[in-house]
Structure formats: C-alpha cells, structure tokens
Write a protein that binds this ligand. Structure first.
Ligand code: ZN
Length: 340
C-alpha cells in the first residue's frame, strides 16, 4: 500500500548547519539562547568557506530528499565567505534534485561593511535570476539602516524578506523595529516571543524541534492570524517529523486540538514554493492523512519525481551518490571543526 503526495516544503532551514553535528563542545556551557548563538552558531558560521558550504548543502539536500522534502527555503550566513555563497547552495540543491528558495541573512555583527556585503550577495543572486528572498539575520543584530535597506531591496526586486523574529527574549523589540516594513510575502521565523496582537505581515515559520533544543519556549503559532508554515531551523529536512512534533506540541497546550491544524501548516509550504505541488512523492504508507501520519512512525518515501524527473527510487537518490556525499561532508566537517 502506498500513497502519493506533492513534494514537502521545508520552510525554514540552515543547510550550513548540516556539518555542525559532532562539533567540539564550546569553551563553556551556554546558559541562554544568546550564549548558544555566541558560542556555537556564530563561531561555526564564521569558520565556513565555500567548499564547506557546498558539501553541507549537498548533505542537507540529500537528507531532505530522503525524507520526501523536495523544496528547501534556506537562510544562509557565512560572514567570511559571503560572495557567491548563494550560487554554491543553489547548485548543490539542483545537483541533488531539490528545489531551493535562498536568502543571505544580513547582519551588523561584523560591522556595517558585513551587512553591505550580505545585501550585495542577495541582490547579485536575485538579479542574476536566482530563486530566493532578501535575508536578514534578525532585528537585534541589525541597525535600522540595514533593516530598511533590506526591506527596500526586497520591494525593488518584488520578493519578500526571510528573517528571524522574536526567537529568544533578546529580540522582543523586533515588532517595533519592523513596524511598517513587513509585507505579506515576508517569512518570519520562530515568533516564539512575538505578542499575539502584533501587526507584522507575513508567514510565520514554526520550528518546534529547534525551539525545544534552544529552550526558548513554545511559539504556539495557532494563536496568530498570520499563515503558519513548518521548518526545521537546520535540524535536518524532515517535514513529516516536524509535523508530528508540531501536532503534539500544540496538543500539549490545547488538548482539544487535532492534527489538522499542524497539517494545514505543512500545506502552507506549497504556497511558498508552488512548483513543489507538481512533484510526486510515493510513500511507504497509505493513507497520508493527518490522523494517520501523526501516529505512524517511520513513514518514508519510496519514489520521488521532481519537475518530471525521477530523483529518488529504491531508497536512493538517482542523480548523486549518497555514500560519496556523506564521505565528502565528513571530510569538510573535520576541516570545519578543526577551525573552531
Ligand atoms: Zn533559523
């Protein structure tokens, strides 16, 4: 028995974090989300070069495909390898056979020149025909000038902005900082500490596993009027697993809810990458409806067609060698970890 669905969409990913697993422990144990950023992610992203970015994206795209995800909305940062980074990620995803919607997250953490170069990478990539949005890391690491420059560039190019909003308590100023700037095409990741009666426009990207892992709290996205989509925030690319967790997290706060709401968040992804609707994933289980999937572990894709081409069959990708990608990613992870 098997069922066919469109390709799943991971609405918030960080492909560069695919090489983070196994990294050396930070110098001291982080005691807050801010310290997790400072001691783990901001050391890791500063050590990335283009070769590491390439193989992290190959591995991340492979793992997404292996779980039935055919489109990745990625948010990238590599402050010492900015120029050309989005091309490298786009090429890696295309090689594996996964669709991508990319953004470079600009920040003033490395001074205004870093933000300017990040913005230039977004602009170059999008003007050359790349699929994506303009990226902002978060309001709390950007000047007002950088926020309005990114919003203005997105407006000029007719795309949205992909940004972290109120992920931790250190970003509670975000609604005020973004007042008047957001549009319906914006993607607002996390929103854990965003007040329910906020005025920001855009789709809220819910990342329950990451939020639990960072101990930032539960976003409870059902409280918002905005559309909601599901992401992993870099912890793999498995959207079915994310749906299952999103459902039980919602249930933990509201015992009357069913899995249909979390399933509707999974479906929101198709509004972000409409082409994924025409992709076909044949699953190991039937039926693929919310009540079944919520309580059925181990559902996996058997065959995947993207853009008319079979890219996954018999448990393996057809365009690339999964063993080779894992071996190369391990080599690059060793180089990366040695720099930390
Ligand atoms: Zn994120």
């Amino acid at each position: 028995m098997s069922a066919v669905t469109p390709g799943l969409v991971c609405a918030h990913h960080h492909l560069y974090s695919a090489l983070a697993r196994g990294m050396p422990a930070p110098p001291r144990v982080p005691t807050s989300f801010q310290e997790i950023l400072e001691q783990i992610w901001w050391r890791l992203d500063a050590a990335l070069d283009l070769e590491m970015i390439r193989w992290s994206a190959m591995l991340g795209a492979l793992e997404a495909l292996e779980s039935g995800t055919t489109a990745i909305v990625d948010h990238h940062e590599s402050p010492n390898a900015i120029e050309g980074s989005l091309d490298v990620i786009a090429a890696a995803c295309a090689e594996v056979g996964v669709r991508s919607l990319l953004a470079y997250g600009i920040t003033d953490r490395h001074g205004p020149d870093g933000a300017r170069r990040g913005l230039a990478e977004n602009e170059r990539f999008l003007r050359e025909g790349g699929r994506g949005l303009v990226g902002i890391h978060a309001a709390f690491t950007c000047s007002d000038e950088s926020l309005s420059a990114a919003a203005g560039l997105a407006e000029d190019l007719g795309v949205g902005v992909h940004v972290h909003v109120c992920e931790g308590p250190g970003d509670i100023d975000a609604p005020r900082r973004f007042a008047g700037l957001t549009r319906d095409g914006w993607l607002l990741a996390h929103c854990v500490h965003l007040p329910t009666d906020h005025t920001l426009r855009g789709t809220i990207l819910h990342n329950p596993m990451s939020n639990l892992n960072n101990a930032v709290g539960y976003a409870n996205p059902a409280r918002f009027a905005n559309p909601v989509a599901l992401g992993t925030d870099g912890i793999g690319g498995n959207v079915l697993e994310t749906f299952r967790l999103a459902y039980v997290m919602q249930r933990s706060a509201d015992v009357t809810c069913g899995p249909d709401t979390a399933w509707s968040w999974l479906e929101t992804g198709w509004g972000l990458v409409p082409e994924a609707r025409s992709d076909e994933v044949t699953w190991s289980y039937d039926p693929m409806d919310p009540w079944h999937v919520a309580f059925t572990p181990g559902i996996r894709p058997l065959r995947i067609v993207v853009d008319g081409e079979v890219v996954f069959a018999d448990g393996r990708p057809t365009r690339v060698d999964a063993d080779e990608i894992r071996a190369k990613a391990r080599e690059q992870a060793a180089r990366l970890h040695a720099r930390l």
